[in-house]
Design a protein around this ligand. Structure first.
Ligand code: FAD
Length: 318
């Protein structure tokens, strides 16, 4: 079923969902399945699987000169989704990116996903590839997630890129998109970012998943602003359990978010990362309890394909 159908069927009960990442190149699917199996026992209603575009690396050749090579460290999104579908009673949600794809590539990918019977997709722009400082679409690809959403919606309506009468079944993907309670870092103002978000919903995004946040007020204020300005699709909070001291510095830099002072102080006063993990778990449990009573449609955990900390939180909440 679609994510939106699961939300409607839950009648206000908060759903449990997770995001996992494919293994590094050459990884084995069984290892990943072992890593996530304790979480799968809690029966997440849907499991997002991230997509990773190619990165450009400079490699030094034997003669000392350098060459730019394209590489994708974590392939396997489609295979992983197909495996999840057949091994577990859950909905896989593959992420699809603008970056690294032409529109034709996207159409082929969507045809594959439809063929597999996948019902949901998360439409994203993707970040800029490594040596660049801003996002550049592939020639013939999309600039923004809203354009990708339009392509998916068109395909749902039977409109393919090239005229043909050969297609057997229309797709009917439920489309998710990303939202940023603390603003996407490239947007000049929160208002501009908000207008772009609106465009994604108007293009056909049926639900939103937020970037991680550690301050529930940011999420709640954002949701209230959405409701007041005509965005009425479900907005699922994305949650990360902070588990190392280093993340106190890294996460705000990568994801442009604030960490509440009280939480930062508690983490700083830990003597090692084992203690940090417990502080991170406790903070997330508090966040989840509050979000649940606020009435969020689901609690969505960024697990990085590891079970321990998410399990500790989810067992307290679900
Ligand atoms: P968009 O919605 O296209 O927005 C990108 C920027 O452009 C924003 O600043 C927006 O305000 C601006 N903008 C939008 N439309 C316009 C316009 N018409 N004119 C001018 N400016 C505009 N990355 C991955 O590589 N793989 C993943 O699997 C992945 N999963 C994610 C899951 C979630 C829930 C989230 C929140 C993020 C994920 N990301 C992933 C990261 C995401 O790709 C980056 O945050 C990316 O920089 C923005 O993607 P977007 O889809 O939000 O882009």
């Amino acid at each position: 079923a679609k994510v939106t159908e699961h939300i409607a069927a839950s009648k206000g009960e908060t759903l449990f969902s997770i995001e996992i990442i494919p293994p590094m190149k050459g990884g084995k699917i069984d290892e990943l399945m072992n890593d996530i199996s304790p979480l799968m026992e809690l029966k997440p209603k849907f499991v997002d699987v991230t997509y990773h575009r190619e990165e450009y690396l400079l490699k030094t050749k034997q003669d000392g000169s350098t060459v730019e090579v394209k590489t994708r460290k974590r392939p396997g999104t489609v295979g992983l989704c197909a495996t999840l579908m057949h091994r577990f009673d859950t909905e896989p949600v593959p992420h699809i990116l603008c970056g690294g794809f032409t529109k034709d590539d996207t159409e082929d990918l969507l045809i594959d996903l439809n063929y597999l019977g996948i019902k949901n997709v998360m439409a994203l722009r993707g970040d800029h590839a490594k040596p660049f400082t801003s996002f550049k679409p592939k020639k013939g690809g999309h600039h923004y997630a809203s354009e990708l959403i339009t392509q998916i919606k068109d395909m749902n309506d039977g409109k393919y890129l090239h005229e043909t009468s050969e297609y057997l079944n229309n797709s009917d993907f439920c489309i998710g998109a990303a939202a940023y309670p603390e603003k996407h870092f490239e947007a000049a103002t929160a208002e501009e970012d908000f207008e772009h978000l609106k465009r994604k919903v108007e293009a056909g995004a049926e639900y939103l998943v937020t970037q991680m946040f550690f301050d529930n007020k940011k999420y709640i204020d954002f949701v209230e602003k959405c409701k007041a300005n005509g965005i009425h699709v479900p907005i699922i909070p994305g949650l990360k359990i902070l588990s190392t001291k280093k993340q106190l510095e890294i996460l705000p830099k990568i994801f442009y978010l604030d960490i509440p002072e009280e939480f930062a102080q508690a983490v700083k006063s830990c003597k090692d990362d084992k203690e940090v993990r417990q502080v991170g778990i406790d903070w997330c449990i508090q966040q989840c309890k509050e979000l649940k009573s606020y009435g969020v449609p689901a609690l969505h955990f960024y697990t990085m394909s590891k079970s321990t900390t998410t399990l500790a939180v989810a067992k307290e909440i679900f």
